[in-house]
Design a binder for this molecule. Structure first.
Ligand SMILES: Cc1cc2nc3c(=O)[nH]c(=O)nc-3n(C[C@H](O)[C@H](O)[C@H](O)COP(=O)(O)OP(=O)(O)OC[C@H]3O[C@@H](n4cnc5c(N)ncnc54)[C@H](O)[C@@H]3O)c2cc1C
Length: 503
């Protein structure tokens, strides 16, 4: 081996970069390796042609404020002062709902009167979840270490401070279905469905699935609520934000400013292991690099089954890793238009009723693309980005090479029912399917969260039961991407937490 580093980090997603920046700041000799030719992982702003630049992620929120502060990332002028764009539920008769008290009143006076109470509960529930995500989970059922104990003590205090009623309601809400939860607050089907759509966003679950109470709270946290002023994006102090990729660019700059190295076009083929100890990595071009510690921000299945391999892992651990539920089922359809699409600024959803959303999900259970999909649409200047659910990675009939066109057509046809000028405004399109998410972004089975956010893959069971504190059966090999506890979304919690374990 020619080079030696204190820590090698696999992947330049935001979590890998957060971990790298903290470690480089501590003075460690750090190298980050990325298979793509750009940094950022899932959080990138990419160009698909002249004047056709899109963000990979539209509604992922931003980094935790403590990370922004610790790494001195600064905040953007534009986002620090702007107010949140509206969240609109499109209605066939054009009487669109905006999720705020005034607009809800048009659908139900009673629901409007309960909106602020609902927002208060959701904000509180999100803050409890946030505290849990910042806490490293013990490796149950193993004995707890002193470090685990302190972390849980802090979390316990946080829960106590939340107040007994809110804490109880939070625990009660987690296993509920989103449908049950919204029915407790609202009578209007339009209002219920708009909120239920937030619960199923990015999940292969329907609003009637148990545990979508949890995903609703997770996504609420991720978006910084639906009615709050957005958290500032971390870019250079006072700069304008031009895209979500500036989050990962700012992180990459921080890594370099602290003395860390980043190499793109550097795919790790395997992790070198001797006597159950990680010693370094071998790149796809055959180059070997050694390190004292290896962190992987790639998903757990890829890291453990491909980069390590079953031969170096205990059989039961392999079985658990193989059983991680990935099940990606989203596609993105980006449209470059001449600007006359007619879609308002903000986030618009096609989610007319809870049953509509459930039926859209039903298709994915049988390996089919939803004919009547749930859509979430955002615009940025002349670009329209359509988030499409459900388009399962495993298709019953056909293959993803054949079905790309189907998703694109369904997305455009469905949206054009609300905006008749859309079709004639389209200049260029780019569709990203679950297969593209796997091949381009390196996401196993196209799962953007590196493993479904489900209650059996939550807290001390993420990524797998008994291994929730970033460690693996291989000494000196740690996981730090979205597939571990704290992950999912763009908070950077799992990249931050792993550094605490290394102390
Ligand atoms: C298209 C898209 C849309 C999304 N939309 C939303 C959204 O609206 N809301 C939301 O909350 N979340 C969304 N997400 C999910 C969210 O962005 C991710 O969960 C999160 O960004 C993952 O960050 P990460 O750092 O853990 O991993 P990633 O960003 O996935 O980074 C892992 C990195 O590891 C690299 N890598 C993998 N294997 C190797 C290897 N062998 N060698 C070298 N490098 C390797 C990959 O190329 C990648 O750069 C979206 C993701 C995508 C892709």
């Amino acid at each position: 081996m020619t080079n030696h580093y204190n820590t090698i980090i696999i992947g330049t997603g935001h979590n890998g970069l957060v971990a790298a920046a903290y470690l480089a700041k501590q003075g460690k000799k750090v190298l980050v390796l990325e298979r793509r030719s750009i940094v950022g992982g899932s959080v990138v702003t990419e160009s698909f042609g002249e004047n056709f630049t899109v963000d990979s992620v539209q509604t992922g929120g931003t980094l935790r404020p403590d990370i922004i502060k610790d790494l001195g990332l600064g905040t953007s002028e534009k986002n620090a002062h702007s107010t949140r764009p509206p969240f609109i539920s499109l209605q066939p008769d054009g009487n669109h709902l905006i999720l705020n008290e005034e607009s809800i009143k048009r659908f139900s006076e009673k629901d409007a009167s309960r909106w602020s109470e609902f927002v208060r509960f959701m904000d509180k529930a999100a803050s409890i979840l946030d505290a849990a995500y910042a806490t490293i989970m013990p490796r149950l059922p193993k004995n707890m270490s002193l470090q685990d104990g302190y972390g849980l003590l802090e979390l316990g205090l946080e829960l106590r401070l939340a107040g007994r009623k809110d804490m109880l309601n939070f625990i009660r809400a987690l296993p509920m279905s989103a449908q049950e939860l919204v029915e407790e607050y609202f009578e209007s089907e339009v209002v219920r469905a708009a909120i239920a759509s937030v619960a199923i966003h990015n999940s292969t679950l329907g609003p009637m699935s148990a545990g979508t109470g949890y995903t609703l709270i997770h996504n609420w946290l991720n978006r910084g609520g639906l009615s709050l002023t957005p958290t500032p994006l971390p870019v250079g102090e006072g700069q304008r934000v031009r895209g979500i990729g500036e989050i990962t660019n700012a992180l990459a700059n921080a890594v370099k400013s602290f003395g860390g190295e980043i190499r793109t076009d550097a795919e790790v083929k395997n992790i070198k292991i001797e006597n159950q100890i990680a010693k370094g990595v071998v790149l796809a071009n055959g180059e070997e690099i050694s390190a004292d510690i290896i962190l992987s921000s790639a998903d757990p299945k890829h890291t453990l089954l491909k980069l390590v391999g079953a031969q170096d892992l205990p059989p039961e651990f392999v079985w658990h890793t193989q059983s991680i539920k990935m099940r990606g089922s989203i596609s993105k359809v980006h449209l470059q238009t001449n600007g006359n699409h007619g879609i308002p600024e903000g986030t618009s959803v096609v989610a007319p009723t809870v049953k509509y959303l459930e039926k859209a999900y039903d298709a994915s259970k049988y390996g089919e693309i939803s004919e009547k999909p749930y859509l979430e649409v955002t615009t940025s200047e002349n670009t329209v980005s359509i988030h499409f659910q459900f388009a399962p990675y495993e298709l019953k009939n056909g293959s993803w090479n054949m079905e790309n066109g189907k998703v694109e057509k369904l997305a455009i046809d469905t949206l054009a029912e609300y905006f008749p000028n859309l079709k004639s405004s389209i200049v260029n399109t780019k569709t990203i399917t679950p297969k593209d998410l796997e091949e381009t972004y390196g996401l196993t089975e196209g799962d953007i969260n590196h493993g479904q956010l489900m209650l059996d893959q939550f807290l001390f069971m993420r990524p797998i039961p008994g291994w929730s504190n970033h460690k693996t059966p291989i000494d000196n090999l740690y996981l730090c991407g979205s597939g571990v506890h704290g992950g999912g979304g763009v908070s950077g919690a799992s990249g931050r937490n792993v550094v605490k374990i290394l102390k």
